[in-house]
Design a protein around this ligand. Sequence first.
Ligand SMILES: [Cu+2]
Length: 139
Amino acid sequence: MLLRVLAAMAVLSLVGCSDEPANPYVTNAVITESVEGRPVIGGYFDIHNPSGQNVTLSGVHATEDAIKVMMHESYKNAEGLMMMRPIDQVVVQSGEHVHFESGSYHLMLTGVPVGTQKLPLNVCFDGQNCKLITFKVRS
Ligand SMILES: [Cu+2]
């Protein structure tokens, strides 16, 4: 019996190891500073997808209800003006990365308390695979 349990654990840990490096991951997670009189702040990060398949960034969510996080995309309209629109998801192709940065994809956040230095946000892929990422105030 013990042997069987050990064997099962060995299989599980093997699966765990081979799975780990293939997951999409996030780097350079930053927010702009929340100061008095600025109700909306921006959030930026990079997504890397070393998994062998395309993944979909399906949402970014705060751990507190008071904080709302929107995913936006900046674009030029017909008159050449920079505009932005909400987006539901971003596909990250296998082996590619996507930058959330000023003038492109970005997060807009409301309800972040003034003076916040670090903000944990759940970055979710394919609607279920969420990672809690600490966003730091950009210096
Ligand atoms: Cu925006």
